[in-house]
Design a protein around this ligand. Sequence first.
Ligand code: C5P
Length: 215
Amino acid sequence: MQVAIDGPAGAGKSTVAKLVAKQLGAKYIDTGAMYRAVGWLVSTNHVDVKDEEQVLRLAESLRFSFTDSGIQVNGFQLTNEIRTEQISAFASAIAKIGGVREVLVEKQRQLAGLESVVMDGRDVGTHVLPNANIKIFLTASVEKRVERRFKELKRKGEQPSLETLKQEIMDRDHNDKNRQFAPLCKAEDAILLDTTELTMDQVVDQILQLCRTKL
Ligand code: C5P
């Protein structure tokens, strides 16, 4: 069973996908965390993000797995260090590199081949798992997405500025929608869910209801 959940930054994908996976007894695969992990390694190894060959070699060398606590890279658990705004920007920049996308998409397909998955990202329904049983495209207004990111970062003890966050989310939207390889867009057969006025529990309930009718 494959459930694909795509959408822009801050639409609530990871919260929702995690809960849906738990209810369905499936593995949650956070593809954004894979791009972030490469971004984090690029940053900690002082690799130039524009050096596509070196970034690609780094991406190829990584082994990814997912547990209830999140992503592991070469057996090493990554958590808050890949969630900073700096790493968001790095991830967004390396996600434009076609070769890196190919490598990560291949690894995502391999993970989905092993067991039932709920996978979230930008290109899961359109590109990674085009035959997924259920495809959801989650969106929300920019204001709402900024508000959610703001609260999330505050909870982690950061002091984000609303204006900067809005600019960063708009920049990432622009990068994701306009890149050459697998840009962010709704798959034709995906169901559009606008979460601006919904709680995360309501969104999860709607998706589970869909799963019950379609699976
Ligand atoms: O989902 P998240 O915000 O953690 O993703 C980080 C970045 O990775 C995104 O801004 C996007 O540029 C990139 N990404 C992608 N394709 C995916 C998942 C994430 O390009 N399937």
